[in-house]
Design a protein around this ligand. Structure first.
Ligand code: MN
Length: 137
């Protein structure tokens, strides 16, 4: 593991599709992020008890509790309310965008994922977040 991987921001991927999970994990690592993984809302809550991520990538369609319902729960909980959540959605139509933002998500990424745009979007979100805390340029 390189130093940048060891120190990079932690992103929790909540995604039940193994192919998407593998793709997102590879993209995150390539960009110097650490990746945590959960395949359901239940697993996500377990990961959140173990470590606080800098960002959560949230698949909207999960088995059991769906991603938007989990997002509402996390945003209602003071312990997790300030963690940015980016929805991963296969349906980026306007109605769906409204539902995603109403649930409390800070942004969304359409599937299939545009790999170049995806990395840039994460950088922007995480820099915005760190802006008030650090001066990393
Ligand atoms: Mn899914």
């Amino acid at each position: 593991m390189t130093p940048s991987e060891a120190n990079g921001p932690l992103v929790l991927i909540v995604e039940d599709n193994p192919t998407n999970l593998m793709l997102v994990r590879a993209l995150l690592r390539r960009s110097g992020y650490r990746a945590g993984e959960a395949r359901s809302a239940e697993e996500a809550l377990q990961r959140l008890r173990e470590a606080r991520p800098d960002l959560i990538l949230m698949d909207v369609q999960l088995p059991g509790q769906d991603g938007l319902s989990l997002t509402r729960d996390l945003k209602a909980n003071p312990a997790t309310a300030t963690i940015p959540i980016v929805a991963l959605t296969a349906h980026a139509m306007s109605e769906d965008r409204g539902r995603i933002l109403a649930a409390g998500c800070d942004g969304y990424v359409s599937k299939p994922i545009d790999t170049r745009a995806f990395a840039a979007q994460l950088d922007t979100l995480l820099e915005k977040r760190r802006g008030g805390e650090e001066n990393e340029g």
